[in-house]
Design a protein around this ligand. Structure first.
Ligand SMILES: [Fe+2]
Length: 472
């Protein structure tokens, strides 16, 4: 066999037969070394940077890690494009400035509180607003300049981006749509995500977001200085949680379009800059590498948990983790609470009461959340910072105790909540703290928790749990 045998290359066919978003095909795998070409033979064979590329294309590398990062962490991709991305006018500050994006959290632009915070779903604007215009930072910590930190954003939007592309120089975006599909055109090809799916757009890729359903809302986690990876599985073994094959990467797609006045919007240090060019940035005819946007359908997640007693820590539901240098300590974990069976015996099944050295931001995509009988709504959010107590609300606690030990197996259905969890302590942006959607009565959900304590321990005996009568 020839040592330089041509690799398997995924192709989307010529531009004239490009697929619509509805019938996109993808490549499968997590951080694989992918190869894709939209025209036959467009990918150079045997080398990455030939003197002359096929079809007269320019070769351009995008590096998501330092050149010298260890091989197992090294992410880079070669793009073969009609014109290189450097072909643009100088960057200028966006006018008018955006003002609601933060990438370096200080006491001059954000504040901190240990209070439990909760937000109701933010209304989707009625005035024309695209994904970038509708994106705003809620909280975060650290600094994109120092390459350590994270930001949590949300977006509410109602129109597609027009004649412009966004590029985030600060970090990776993990996008969790809650209302409305996103059609995302990237330099590597196209992605469609619906609520219940996520997309990761790594640092530096140019992309444009179309909103085929109009009004749209969702959450975005951004990490600085690292990338998302799959969690180790430890004693679980080789299978379970998110499977690498369920991560989907675009197939090369390009447009060779003259686009006068096309704008690249670059997020750089949390500020937005614009540069004009006269062509579409989605002019990559072929690419190969392991640094690429991807999507994941959360229904393919294979949950694990207790099958006898007690409650596993939420880390058992980690989909992706952005690590720090400390083993087991995440800059940001993405954890989900999907539909699943609850079977634990003589166990308090909702999430336990908790104080955590990590900080927890939660969102709800649809349905209800098992620890909150009401008030935590799809499209809403909550933040429980470092060592701030949290747990089931009064109604949930009382209902759980009332069911007693004979609850039997039960299935949590029609729900999808998630958590962004970080070892860093978030500072909160003023527009989030002063938002009309903040739930100033959040504390009330716990204030009614009453003592069930009895000195003779009668109510704590197994099988002898009373139905909500205070025995004091
Ligand atoms: Fe917690």
């Amino acid at each position: 066999m020839d040592d330089h045998q041509q690799p398997v290359i995924k192709t989307n066919g010529p531009e004239s037969s490009s697929p619509s978003f509805a019938d996109l095909q993808y490549q499968s795998g997590f951080h694989n070394h992918f190869s894709s070409e939209a025209l036959p033979g467009a990918l150079p064979y045997g080398q990455s940077s030939p003197l002359l590329c096929p079809y007269g294309l320019y070769a351009e590398q995008i590096s998501g890690t330092s050149f010298t990062s260890p091989r197992k962490l090294n992410h880079r991709t070669w793009l073969y494009r009609v014109k290189p991305s450097v072909t643009h006018e100088p960057f200028k500050p966006l006018e008018p400035s955006h003002r609601k994006l933060v990438s370096e959290f200080t006491d001059s632009n954000s504040s901190t509180t240990p209070t439990q915070l909760r937000w109701k779903p933010v209304d989707i604007p009625e005035t024309p607003t695209d994904f970038v215009e509708g994106l705003y930072t809620v909280c975060g910590a650290g600094s994109s300049f120092l390459r350590h930190g994270f930001a949590i954003h949300m977006y509410t939007a109602n129109k597609s981006m027009d004649n412009c592309a966004f590029c985030n120089a600060d970090g990776d975006f993990l996008i969790v749509p809650q209302t409305g599909r996103l059609w995302i055109t990237t330099e590597c090809g196209k992605l469609q995500i619906s609520p219940g799916e996520i997309a990761v757009l790594p640092q530096g890729f140019r992309f444009a977001v179309d909103l085929p359903d109009g009004p749209s809302r969702g959450y975005v986690a951004e990490v600085f200085g690292t990338h998302f990876q799959l969690p180790d599985l430890g004693p679980i073994g080789a299978n379970g949680l998110a499977a690498p094959r369920d991560f989907l990467v675009p197939i090369a797609w390009f447009e060779d379009s003259y686009c006068p006045g096309y704008i690249i919007i670059q997020k750089f240090g949390g500020e937005l800059f614009t540069a004009k060019q006269e062509f579409s940035p989605f002019n990559v005819v072929a690419w190969h590498g392991n640094y690429a946007p991807y999507k994941y359908d959360l229904t393919t997640f294979c949950p694990f948990n207790t099958v006898l007693f007690d409650h596993g820590d939420p880390s058992i539901n980690t989909v992706l983790t952005a690590p720090t240098d400390k083993p087991g300590v995440a800059l940001l974990d993405f954890v989900i609470f999907p539909p699943r069976w609850l079977v634990a015996e003589h166990t308090f099944r909702p999430p336990y009461y908790h104080r955590n050295c990590m900080s927890e931001f939660m969102g709800l995509i649809y349905g209800g959340y098992e620890a909150k009988a009401d008030g935590f709504l799809p499209g809403g959010a909550s933040l429980h910072s470092c060592m701030t107590p949290h747990g089931p609300d009064t109604k949930t606690y009382e209902a759980t105790i009332a069911r007693g030990n004979e609850a039997g197996p039960s299935r949590i259905s029609d729900t999808l909540a998630f958590m962004f969890e970080s070892c860093l302590i978030p500072r909160i942006c003023p527009w989030a703290l002063e938002s009309p959607f903040i739930d100033s009565d959040y504390y009330q959900c716990w204030i009614g928790l009453r003592s069930h304590f009895t000195r003779d321990g009668a109510s704590a005996k197994d099988g002898d749990i009373q139905n909500g009568e205070n025995e004091d």
